[in-house]
Design a protein. Structure first.
Length: 135
C-alpha cells in the first residue's frame, strides 16, 4: 500500500512550478481533462487547477479529490520524467472510473510531446510596475 499514496513531494505547490509547466505548452486533452506536461528530474508530480466556472468550493473540492484519487491509483503508469498540471474541462459527469481509464494515456501523450520539445528556459519575471504618485 506504500506505493498508492500521494505524499507532498508529488504535488506541484509553488506558482513558479505551475508557471514552468504552463510555459512548456505541451498538452493532451479529452472532453474531461486537459493535461499540461513539462520535463522534470523529480516527477511524476501533479498540480491541479480547478476554476470557478465549475461551481462553488464544494464542487471544486470534489473535482480535486477525484483527480487526486485517479493519480494516486495510477501513478505507477505515469511517465516519471515529467511534471503535470491537470485542468478539468467538463467536470459535471466526472467519475473516477473514467479518469482511471483516461488519465495515464493523456499523461503519456503530453509527456511524449514534452520530450520532443525538450527543456524550455523560462524568462525571469519582472517585478510589477508601481502605479500612482511616487513621493
Amino acid at each position: 500500500m506504500g506505493e498508492a499514496t500521494f505524499p507532498k513531494h508529488r504535488h506541484l505547490r509553488r506558482p513558479a512550478e505551475f508557471d514552468r509547466v504552463y510555459a512548456h505548452r505541451c498538452t493532451a486533452r479529452n472532453n474531461q481533462v486537459l493535461v499540461f506536461a513539462a520535463l522534470s528530474d523529480v516527477g511524476p508530480r501533479i498540480g491541479l487547477s480547478v476554476g470557478r466556472k465549475h461551481g462553488g468550493a464544494v464542487v471544486r473540492n470534489r473535482i480535486r479529490r477525484l483527480l487526486r484519487e485517479a493519480f494516486r491509483q495510477t501513478q505507477s503508469d505515469w511517465p516519471i520524467d515529467c511534471d503535470f498540471v491537470l485542468v478539468p474541462q467538463d467536470a459535471k459527469e466526472l467519475t473516477v472510473a473514467e479518469l482511471l481509464a483516461n488519465l495515464p494515456q493523456l499523461a503519456r501523450d503530453a509527456a511524449r510531446r514534452a520530450r520532443k520539445k525538450g527543456p524550455v528556459e523560462i524568462p525571469a519575471v519582472k517585478p510589477p510596475r508601481k502605479r500612482g504618485k511616487s513621493r
